[in-house]
Design a protein around this ligand. Structure first.
Ligand code: WQD
Length: 341
């Protein structure tokens, strides 16, 4: 009997890629999303890739009655929680909106796990490390006070999961700390589709390359790094999605060694903003219109993962090169252009 995984926020960038990998790994997936931050483009792409429709529930996880009804309707063996607002800058301007949405939705899910017994996989972020003293960071690297309400909600939700696991024997959990997810599915049928002006680097690169944006600004050229631009651990979205399959398998196959576990999900290899831009130009043949601009508030100089714990305990490893990832990101942007998006 296949196990059922609920993917909250499953119509979004990461959720849709995880849904494809989980389904292809033999799990039944239920997608629930309120479409506050995406449309149905990725959901339709998921169904096209899989060649079938998946159960899709349009709902808000802040509505505890709707969450209860969802768990009544489906027998959920594990839930992967993506449904959250994630724009760092917006969270600074709108803290109440971020705390209300990101915390309430996760508390509602944890309450269901407590009542019914369920494994919980939380979508966390390297942002919890703030500006680390040094990289690579391990899971033992101390978290830093967050510089944004968005990052703070990630830390608070990790603590909610940790404390729930301690208090309720019915709850087991894993937090995956993503570094910088980039790219798109090789089919070019799903990918990153930010509403409005992209906050993140790669969608801004591809939208500039396709002509949707006039010019890319590179925020800062005077960082203490080899080429003066920030260093990040850019991880391919399909590699990231596969890490979720390995984590769900670890939970459902009873392989967890602690009732609450944390894993860094990154490549372990830093790349600078300029290196990424140069790689994009090389693999696509497109000359990017960019120029240096002042540093962006809140940016950390450098952070990249030590992924050895995930490599060892999950049996997972990032395999895709930045060149492959950027080629897929560009194919996705071209597909969107054909759709008139
Ligand atoms: C990467 C680098 C920018 C845009 C954030 C969140 C993290 C995760 C991913 C949310 C930085 C530079 C960017 C641009 C630029 N979750 N940049 N010009 O800030 O590392 O991480 O997004 O989605 O939790 O913190 O990602 O892609 O915004 O920036 O020069 O137009 O690219 O300064 O050095 P970040 P990013």
């Amino acid at each position: 009997m296949p196990k059922t995984v609920l993917v909250s926020g499953g119509a979004g960038f990461i959720g849709s890629h995880v849904t494809v990998e989980l389904t292809q790994a033999g799990y039944d997936v239920v997608i629930a999303d309120n479409f506050s931050n995406c449309d149905e483009t990725n959901y339709r792409g998921v169904c096209q890739i899989l060649g079938k429709e998946l159960p899709l529930v349009n709902m808000d996880f802040c509505d505890s009655e709707a969450v209860d009804a969802l768990f009544d309707r489906f027998h959920i063996d594990a839930v992967i929680h993506f449904a959250a607002f994630k724009a760092v800058g917006e969270s600074v301007a709108e803290p109440i909106k971020y705390y209300r949405n990101n915390l309430t939705s996760f508390i509602n899910i944890l309450d269901q796990a407590r009542k019914r017994g369920c494994n919980v996989l939380f979508s966390s972020s390297a942002t919890v490390y703030g500006e680390p003293e040094k990289s690579p960071v391990t899971e033992q690297t101390p978290r830093q006070p967050s510089t944004s309400p968005y990052g703070n909600t990630k830390q608070m939700c990790e603590d909610f999961l940790r404390d729930s696991v301690k208090a309720y024997p019915t709850v087991k959990g894993i937090a995956l700390r993503y570094f910088n997810p980039i790219g798109a599915h090789p089919s070019a049928l799903i990918g990153e589709l930010p509403r409005g002006v992209p906050n993140n680097l790669v969608p801004f690169i591809t939208q500039t390359a396709i002509g949707k944006r006039a010019q890319l600004k590179v925020f800062g050229s005077d960082y203490p790094t080899p080429d003066g631009t920030c260093l990040r651990d850019f991880i391919d979205i399909v590699d990231l999605a596969k890490a979720h399959v390995y984590a769900v398998r670890r939970m459902l196959d009873g392989k967890m060694e602690q009732p609450y576990e944390i894993f860094n999900i990154g490549t372990g290899t830093p790349l600078s903003v300029l290196e990424l831009i140069n790689t994009f130009e090389e693999v696509t043949g497109v000359k990017l219109n960019w120029e240096f601009a002042p540093r962006r508030a809140g940016d950390v100089t450098a952070i990249w993962a030590d992924p050895s714990l995930a490599n060892e305990k999950l049996g997972w490893k990032a395999t895709r090169s930045a060149a492959e990832t950027l080629k897929a990101a560009w194919a996705w942007e071209c597909h969107l252009h054909e759709l008139g998006l």
